[in-house]
Design a protein around this ligand. Structure first.
Ligand code: PMP
Length: 396
């Protein structure tokens, strides 16, 4: 009988992709659509990275790499982690190059969760966390955050959710979808709780570099005693506009990394070898492209924050990191799915309903400002027209 495995019973096909496909369809039918739905840099990969990769390919780097990844890349990552994050890892035993942060997350779940283990997911959250928990027979336990606390988790809420089945807590700062950046004190408190209850912390730091001037990123793995229980996940997709390259990594103690390597070696053997040379160049090479991209995101963030808060009936808290604004649309009287569907079909602006990121996201929409200033200005004009129209209908 051809039945999907029982572990997939609660796993859904990607809802963000579904919105993107609907937007694409409308576009093919001739509608003018502004795409602010996907979390993907609108820049292209810097030329120096492309060049080094092409050279690596021409020079014959076309065979298997070690399962953990090309050693020079692991060394470069270890240096980066020391300098940027104050985390010390042995490149021989404590780093694995993965197919994006996405696969790094899968490794963390598959290697460390047993059926029934509880995994604390701070919501609204990146969709994979819950789905990966379902896929590995773990139980996701939601911890809600709220706009009035700037979407920063209250460590007390983590503590009160802990049971004798709790195995892991997932952190994502800078955050998708809210743009929150966790202060060091919050991370310190979470570290104490994780240590006291012997939990693994998975810290997804994929938006580390996309952070606005007034904020700073801090890695929980740098706190005393935390290396042994923290799986730090990062990658090249967002910072270097390399989403299609599928390059990420995990860094953790040997005890945490070895089980992940068991999965990785049988799942993918290794990440494509020549692309890893491009990743070396991303870290080691000139960072001027990265700086230009970050300053463009900063400008767009300010534009979007000001523009959205200028629309009557919409508010938006200041995103400190990543490239998302999380708009409060509660005054519209529509729920987030209705708002998103109508905004797309009536005004051609594709955003993601906050409810798909959890019930804590109801009443909000995620807008990706990884788009040109011109597109963002035009989208905000259309959002304003849409909201005015709803308000006038309500008044009738
Ligand atoms: N974590 C978060 C929070 C993300 O938003 C994304 C991508 N949208 C990923 C992980 C996956 O990134 P990658 O392209 O490296 O797999």
């Amino acid at each position: 009988m051809i039945n999907e495995a029982m572990r997939l019973e609660h796993v859904q096909l990607g809802q963000i992709r579904a919105v993107a496909e609907k937007a694409k369809l409308l576009e093919q039918q001739g509608h003018d659509i502004i795409h602010l739905e996907i979390g993907e840099p609108d820049f292209t990969t810097p030329e120096n990275i492309v060049q080094v990769t092409q050279d690596a390919l021409s020079q014959g780097n076309v065979h298997y790499a070690p399962n953990r990844g090309v050693l020079d890349l692991r060394r470069e990552i270890a240096k980066k982690l020391k300098v940027d994050n104050d985390i010390e890892v042995d490149p021989d035993k404590e780093v694995i190059i993965t197919s994006g942060a996405a696969q790094a997350l899968l490794l963390a779940f598959l290697a460390h969760c047993n059926p029934g283990d509880e995994v604390l997911v701070i919501e609204p959250s990146f969709l994979s966390y819950n789905q990966l928990a379902y896929m590995t027979d773990a139980v996701p336990v939601p911890i809600a955050t709220s706009e009035d606390k700037d979407w920063i988790v209250d460590p007390g809420d983590i503590e009160s959710a802990i049971t004798d089945r709790t195995k892991m807590v997932l952190l994502n700062s800078p955050n998708n979808p809210t743009g929150a950046v966790y202060p060091k004190e919050t991370l310190e408190r979470i570290a104490e709780i994780a240590t006291e209850h012997d939990l693994i912390v998975v810290s997804d730091e994929i938006y580390e570099k996309i952070i606005h001037e007034e904020s700073s990123h801090f890695s929980i793995g740098a706190l005393p005693g935390m290396k042994e229980r923290t799986i730090t996940i990062n990658g090249f997709s967002k910072a270097y506009a390399m989403t299609g390259w599928r390059l990420g990594y995990v860094a953790a103690s040997e005890k945490l990394t070895t089980p992940m390597l068991k999965v990785h070696q049988y799942a993918v053997t290794c990440v494509p070898t020549f692309t890893q040379y491009g990743a070396i160049e991303a870290i080691r090479g000139d960072q001027k492209h990265l700086e230009a991209m970050i300053s463009a995101y900063n400008k767009r963030r300010d534009l979007v924050y000001k523009g959205l808060n200028g629309i009557e009936g919409i508010t938006c808290s200041l995103p400190e990191g990543a490239f998302y604004a999380f708009l409060n649309i509660k005054q519209s009287g529509l729920n987030s799915v209705e708002f998103a569907e109508r905004l797309l079909s009536e005004k051609g602006v594709a955003l993601i309903p906050g409810s798909i990121f959890s019930s804590a996201g109801e009443g909000f929409l995620r807008l990706s400002f990884a788009a040109s200033e011109e597109q963002l200005l035009s989208a905000m004009k259309r959002i304003e027209e849409f909201v005015v129209n709803i308000n006038s209908n309500v008044n009738v």
